[in-house]
Design a binder for this molecule. Structure first.
Ligand SMILES: O=C(O)C[C@H]1C=CC(=O)O1
Length: 124
């Protein structure tokens, strides 16, 4: 599970879809999605606010595995999918434990505390 991807899925169901078929499709989609979530390969899914879309993170072994997961989505025929491969950012403090103690720096960056800290010329 070494490759991370951000995947955006935009869903467009036909407005005239039979309601029972729609309910069945969505139930199958939910079960399929939750199986992959439980496996650890789909660790995050977020709703894109105000849209029938989600932004998900996948952790998979290969492009091929991601392709198979996405291809198997019951909603796949009704989705536009955008895949963005991810790699660690060099500024990410989570990649460097020595940088993760942010209490002091965080206070300096907090707009509420800027008045005193930013105005103090001895502050660095
Ligand atoms: O509602 C969605 O965003 C579409 C889809 C993706 C997973 C799932 O359960 O539904």
């Amino acid at each position: 599970m070494s490759h991370l991807y951000a995947v955006r899925m935009d869903v467009a169901l036909p407005p005239d879809m039979d309601p029972a078929a729609r309910d069945d499709l969505l139930a199958r989609e939910k079960a399929y999605s939750q199986r992959w979530q439980r496996s650890g390969h789909w660790p995050h899914i977020w709703r894109c606010v105000g849209q029938y879309a989600n932004l998900s993170i996948f952790a998979v072994d290969s492009n091929e595995q991601l392709h198979q997961i996405l291809w198997g989505l019951p909603l796949f025929p009704y989705m536009s999918i955008t895949v963005t491969p991810l790699s660690p950012h060099p500024s990410d403090i989570a990649q460097d434990p020595a940088q993760s103690d942010t209490a002091q720096d965080g206070a300096a960056l907090d707009p509420a505390s800027r008045g005193s800290a930013a105005a103090d010329p001895s502050y660095d």
